[in-house]
Design a protein. Sequence first.
Length: 257
Amino acid sequence: MQDFVPSTASVALQECIPCTSAEPVQDTTPSTTRATFVQDPRPSIHTMSDLIAQLNTCMGDTGLGTDPHTVRLVRQLMHSYTGTKSDWSQYAIYKPGTRSTRNLVDDGNGKYKPGTRYTRNLVDDGNGKYNLLMLVWGADQESPIHDHANSHCMMRLLEGRLDEALYKWPSKDEAPRLVCTRPLREESVAYMHDRIGLHRISNPEAHRAVSLHLYSPPYDMCKTFDARTGHVEASSCTAERLHGLCSQTPGSSITLI
């Protein structure tokens, strides 16, 4: 079965576009991701439990799948979530990470420093066909350059600001080539898939940022890329289970830590 990728991925990577379109970007627009819905005909979704229920109804037993209509509906649902901080803060638990000497990040001055891990918390396991995670980013934290293990990714920014750097897949023994960078603002919804490219997310602010991520199918390993050399490593990307808070469907096979 071929993976579905929205039309934004069908054009050669050229430049980033802002999250302002109320409709999916057409083929004539340079690819990077993203169609954000600033006006949505669906009613607002006020609680995380309601969002989960509607996601389960929308995706059923197939996950995000290859149907563009389902992709559009899921994007709309993510945008329609209007829960206040009091609704989602129980999932936004931050655990200061450890520094890694393997995934070096560019400090912007041609020097490289060890990256600091952000926190990934499981919100719902989506019956094994998708999962919903909340990521909490400390000040100046960023991910390594990474892929998504052939999974579809939807991201809704709940608090703060994040920057996204999009990269072209590197050839052997080459470093990933930066295509563009762009800011992600609160309430924006972004889409990412391996056929679009690689990316890195960072928090440039002095305070935390919180983002809600849907992955379909779920995965617990991905590839990370050294920004200087292109060296590839298999990296764990499992999520923290917050006992007593996370939903779990019987029979789920998601691996968690």
